[in-house]
Design a protein around this ligand. Sequence first.
Ligand SMILES: [Zn+2]
Length: 457
Amino acid sequence: MRVSHYTESTECGNGEEESPGTTTATTRFGIRGDLLIPGCGQPIEDGAVVVADAMIEWVGDFSNRPAKYDAVKFHHVKVLMPGLWDCHVHFGGHGLAFSTLNASSSFLPGAPTLAGAVTVADLRRTLDAGFTSVRELMGYAGYLWPGIRDGYLVGPNVYSSLAALSITGGHGDDHELPLCAVKQFGEAGGASYLCDGVDECTKAVRTMVRRGARCIKVCSSGGVLSLNDDPEDRQFSDKELKAIVDETERSGRAVAAHAIGKAGIMAALRAGIKSIEHGCYLDEEVAILSYLVGPMLTLGFTVKEKGATLVATRHIQESLLLDPSGFPEPVVKKIKKIVPLTRKNYDLAIQQGVKIALGTDTWNSNPEHRVAHGKNAMELTYAVKAGMTPLQAIAAMTANAPEVLGRLAPKSGQLKAGYDADLIGVAGNPLDDLAFLTDPNNVTHVWKGGKLYKSPA
Ligand SMILES: [Zn+2]
């Protein structure tokens, strides 16, 4: 039987992990919060964590801390939470380096360099807003990740697909440019990559892995902003999708499917894809199938834990509807059709107990833009509007998130012993109103991998 993913607060995250016990850490410090929100489970008043090097070593009531921590120095924050995760972003320099609607400008020599330079500030803004991890499903931050990892740049942990895999004429194609230009751009490291037929699909995954992708993105349905296709279109055949999933699994990675229309969602689930992006046409049939990904469909298992995650992206959709000016008429029509549908079906997904992680489709480098980097927490407010409790919404942006990376999922998104020491301090209780987290000034502290990146002056 299906059990709602939202009926019990303990139902989040990706399974049980044992405490590592006391390690031989070289640095150890504590953080004490008037309130501790663990990401998964109930908040603790006057809670604390002990961080040993880059890992959380202990979590609990401050008053019950083990005597061995008597000498440990504790920082104080009002509210302590896991660092947030955005499971769907794009760092491409749009809005500053390039205009949105002139795709050819981003194809010119030097364009990726410019996008990368602009992205440096966007990465910092994202981390300052409390997002210690992002999954980038097309963009340039994935190429900057080694610089972040090695300490040359400041930003969140980036798990990037680098490019999106698309059929010719599909969502990832650019329909107004010569095909040869789009193909060459993809070959040269551009953010979309066209592949048709089983062999090209397999090779496309290998190419992304070779470039350093930490996940694979495929467009299994048409899109809203692509000109000549429709979100209700299915893209890639079953055989092509299967080839992409098989090759991705051989590399230990996981696939995310841009899937808006029902046909594209169903095809992705049948192929064994466990991260459904947008999922706007989700209905009851899809909700049930989301528990039965891939081979389980035919075997008839109903193992919820093995099911797919819907990555809801309401922030971008509402923003597009609010101001669709500047887009060509066919695109505006698609926006007006999709958004009301999404509202209804997102509510349904929550009621049906579909596993949900939050993404934002954040893509704009102009800080004034509604979907600019750093405003990612807007998605939490939409999750509550769709029917989640504030605690469930936080779980969807923390504990539920890493699972979308499959076998590469880090121990992250929870305040739990043995997990990455990615934590934030907040100036007030976000459970009263999650909009509080949308102002980066309310995020007083950011630790990533046990290192302090933001604190009050
Ligand atoms: Zn996207």
